[in-house]
Design a protein. Structure first.
Length: 481
């Protein structure tokens, strides 16, 4: 994934923890003027023709979101109106009828808070733990950013034995490692070997950084590869970069085989087939100095990718990075404990929470709506700029990521371009958690969780209508004093 430009990273650290000034929010919102104009034109043109046999008219091309455009950013903490919150009854009048939608099933919880003050504006079973599905990725993202910081990068290295006759490819837990970076690593390794007078080696690969089972409890699945400290392109076999895909059964072995081929192309002969092994240790150091290394994009970019695309492989890797930072085993269990401990250290309400994985594929996961809005509020805190990518990575309603094809009809249309949220979908589970900037420039955080739903085609529009009702174009937004 390309590294963000300097101005983008700077902007990410200064955006969305604020309530934008009322005039700026009305004219431009959290993006640049051209983006907001395009969003309004897109929303106006998306009226359905009606009739079950008729598709809606083709929408105008959707511009790429520009959530971190610097032209409209304001200093964190800026307010366009006096501090305060709307009476809870105002929100109840709007949200209660929408929460009663039968498409949401018999189990539903909700939390809406002012992200600047942390004050709850509406709650319905807000502290009740529910299966969060992929909204748990917000928790995974906040935890890893808190534990390691947004600039941390994940390294993959090549280490030589003392005699230089064996090279070990050491996985550091970077599922975004691609062929271009692996080729650069092979070229650097071959160059270093040549300087030592070595032209032929045996190749081992070390995945010992991770512990416990590699296979997610859901079993072999196109939603996630076996969780390994060493993999190439997330173990994807079809050249895709997001979504479901056929996956390698042995991603580490496949990555090592590709590395062997690239070493040969770079001039170093590899004897035999790559084999699992451990990197040699330097008795005078914690680990042997690498011949060459390649590093991932910074965590800020990895978190944004995780949230925008709902990337399961990357989410599990980020959870394990949190485990390593907190000196826990890099396993499903160790990562779950580490994430929970990191969030508790941030003062978040973790009672009843369970982190069976980092991606939300497990039905054993439990989060409350209050914890989700608490996570978003922490990420919006001006005193915690390191957590900001947990907001800037959220998909934009109607425009990007897992929300690209939503918010395009009916009452939910008002949320197009205004709602930023993480989706969650399992059979019988549908969730949505994110942020909305109100007409007077306040940032609201919301979380809506539904269980025992009959169909995502009924539940998702119902969730979209709930979040759109908070947006200034939602038509029934409570007035904030």
């Amino acid at each position: 994934m390309p590294e963000p430009r300097t101005w983008q990273l700077t902007a990410c650290s200064a955006v969305l923890g604020l309530a934008l000034a009322a005039g700026a929010a009305t004219a431009a919102g959290p993006w640049d003027n051209g983006q907001r104009t395009a969003e309004r034109a897109r929303a106006a043109a998306a009226t359905p023709t009606g009739g079950v046999h008729h598709a809606p008219p083709a929408a105008p091309p959707r511009p790429a979101p520009a959530p971190t455009a610097p032209g409209v950013l304001r200093a964190l903490g800026a307010r366009g109106a006096a501090q305060g919150t709307a009476p809870a009854g105002d929100f109840a009048a709007v949200l209660v009828p929408l929460l009663a939608d039968p498409g949401l099933g018999p189990l539903r919880t909700a939390s809406v808070v002012d992200a600047t003050t942390g004050k709850q504006l509406y709650g319905e079973g807000a502290t009740t733990p529910m299966t969060p599905a992929s909204t748990i990725k917000i928790a995974t993202s906040v935890a890893v950013l808190s534990a390691l910081g947004p600039d941390h990068r994940i390294a993959t290295t090549a280490v030589a034995s003392p005699d230089g006759r064996t090279v070990t490819l050491v996985g550091g837990g970077d599922p975004t490692l691609d062929r271009a970076r692996l080729e650069a690593l092979a070229t650097g390794t071959a160059r270093a070997l040549k300087a030592r007078g070595v032209t032929a080696v045996r190749l081992a690969y070390d995945t010992s950084l991770y512990q416990g089972p590699a296979l997610h409890p859901i079993g072999p699945d196109q939603n996630i590869a076996p969780v390994s400290a060493l993999m190439l392109d997330e173990g994807r076999l079809d050249g895709s970069h997001s979504g479901i895909a056929p996956r390698a059964s042995d991603p580490a072995g496949d990555a090592a085989t590709a590395f062997a081929d690239l070493l040969a192309e770079a001039g170093t002969k590899v004897k035999g087939a790559p084999a699992p092994g451990r990197a040699p240790k330097d008795p005078k150091a914690a680990e042997a100095a690498p011949l060459a290394r390649t590093e991932s994009a910074p965590l800020s970019a990895l978190v944004e990718r995780t949230l925008t695309n709902s990337d399961n492989d990357l989410a599990e890797a980020l959870a394990r990075q949190t485990a390593l930072a907190r000196q826990q085993p890099a396993s499903f269990a160790g990562a779950g404990k580490a994430v929970r401990d990191e969030l508790a250290a941030l003062g978040l309400p973790t009672a009843g929470a369970r982190f069976a994985d980092g991606s939300g594929l497990s039905r054993a996961d439990r989060l409350s709506a209050a914890l989700l809005t608490g996570l978003l509020t922490r990420a919006a805190d001006p005193a915690r700029p390191a957590l900001r990518p947990a907001l800037t990575g959220l998909p934009v309603g109607g425009f990007s990521g897992t929300l690209k094809s939503r918010f395009d009809t009916g009452p939910a249309l008002g949320g197009a371009g205004l709602v930023r949220a993480k989706t969650g979908t399992l059979k019988g589970v549908n969730t949505l958690a994110g942020t909305v900037v109100t007409a007077d420039g306040r940032l609201l955080a919301f979380a809506f969780l539904a269980g025992r739903t009959d169909s995502p085609y009924e539940a998702q529009p119902a969730l979209d209508r709930l979040s759109a009702a908070l947006a200034p174009q939602g038509g029934a937004t409570p007035n904030l004093p």
